[in-house]
Design a protein around this ligand. Structure first.
Ligand SMILES: Cc1c2[nH]c(c1CCC(=O)O)Cc1[nH]c(c(CCC(=O)O)c1C)Cc1[nH]c(c(CCC(=O)O)c1C)Cc1[nH]c(c(C)c1CCC(=O)O)C2
Length: 347
């Protein structure tokens, strides 16, 4: 089988013969095989065994026929070596031993050295780069989203401690954002050096901020990340949830792809963020529990809208829920490939 680079072409707004698709959380609890593995190993244990971690990454590619693999890991993984003590609790998410809230707490975070600190991640990527016939997507959390876990000490609804730090001690906030940006730049470079062909920066919780606060407290850090990664030989995807109001602020970023959730349509997203980017998205993951005709109709609409301009990658607006039947995802993937190929061929 030859290498399928359709996903990379779409990221770069090049011509494709079908719309490429992958799914956030395509490896996870909706798969019986994954649940079996999780009976023996914790999520973090899986990440530390390269052969197993590569297997977990490859499984959904084989089962679903998607056009890209995403490294199996978690946004918390690089924070461990920086000094953050945490665990990932099932049905809850990452929880810290103690939150980081003072200048001293944040000063204690050390710089990440990927080769020394996370050899197992890089080894996993090397295995995957050899074995996969589709591109591997590496990833990291974005500074705001990572900061929210570090400052709150766990998942949060309102991010009040994060905002409290941001508003009360802007210089401490900036030092945290700077340290996270340094980590992100180093970590993504190491992932690409090891064989990742694209990277996604997950800013899952940044939609908690107003455009004004994003501009003041997050924009300069994101801007620096994209500027410093300008020469990265891999397309970058910046993704946020409920970030519709922030899209106009992203128009100058030096990135290739913007990931949308389902709250904003693709044409509206393109209008807000500008014509420069390829777009990834944006099926509501809740639709995966709908009857097939409903799902098909929504997928069709997204493909029609996505194909209006060059540069479109089909994805969900956020991760797959554990309740989703795997068969639904396989059928959806086939439909996306066939329907998009016919639209492209007939124009
Ligand atoms: C916010 C965030 C986290 N982790 C991640 C994000 C950004 C993406 C997003 O917004 O969903 C990123 C992530 N986490 C995981 C992956 C790789 C797998 C993939 O996408 O296929 C990726 C890309 C594995 C995981 N990370 C986690 C799981 C859940 C399954 C398990 O416990 O084995 C997986 C497959 C745990 C986790 N880790 C985190 C959360 C919120 C949870 C869910 C808690 C739960 O529902 O149990 C933090």
């Amino acid at each position: 089988m030859t290498f399928n680079d359709t996903f990379l072409k779409a990221c770069l707004k090049q011509e494709v013969d079908h719309t490429p698709v992958w799914y956030m959380r395509q490896a996870g609890r909706y798969q019986s095989e994954y649940r079996e593995i999780r009976k023996k190993y914790s999520l973090l244990e899986i990440c530390k065994i390269p052969e197993l971690c590569a297997e977990v990454t490859i499984l959904p590619v084989q089962q679903l026929g998607v056009d890209a693999a995403i490294l199996f890991s978690d946004i918390m993984v690089p924070l461990g070596p920086m000094g953050v003590k945490y665990d990932i609790i099932e049905n809850r998410g990452p929880v810290l031993e103690t939150p980081y809230r003072t200048a001293e707490d944040i000063a204690s975070l050390r710089a990440l050295e990927p080769e020394e600190d996370l050899p197992y991640v890089l080894e996993t990527i090397k295995i995957l780069a050899r074995e996969l016939k589709v591109p591997l997507i590496g990833f990291t959390g974005a500074p705001f989203t990572l900061a929210s876990y570090i400052v709150e000490g766990g998942p949060s609804r309102n991010y009040i401690r994060t905002k409290q730090l941001m508003y009360s001690h802007p210089e401490v906030w900036t030092s945290l954002m700077d340290k996270l940006a340094d980590m992100i730049i180093t970590y993504l470079r190491a992932q690409v050096d090891a064989g990742a062909k694209a990277v996604q920066i997950f800013d899952s919780w940044v939609g908690a901020l107003s455009a004004q606060d994003y501009t003041k407290y997050v924009y300069p850090t994101m801007q620096r990340i994209f500027t410093e990664l300008k020469d990265l030989p891999a397309p970058k995807i910046y993704f946020g949830v409920a970030s519709g109001e922030l899209l106009p602020l992203w128009s100058e970023y030096d990135t290739e792809v913007i990931g949308l959730d389902w709250r904003v349509t693709i044409p509206e997203g393109r209008k807000r963020v500008g014509e420069k980017f390829a777009i990834q998205g944006n099926l509501d993951p809740g639709t995966l529990l709908a009857p097939w005709p409903v799902l098909e109709e929504k997928a069709k609409q997204i493909i029609d809208q996505g194909l209006e301009k060059p540069g479109f990658v089909f994805n969900l607006g956020h991760g797959i829920f554990p309740e989703v039947p795997g068969d639904m995802l396989r059928r959806l993937t086939e439909f996306i490939h066939e329907y998009s190929a016919s639209v492209i061929k007939n124009r």
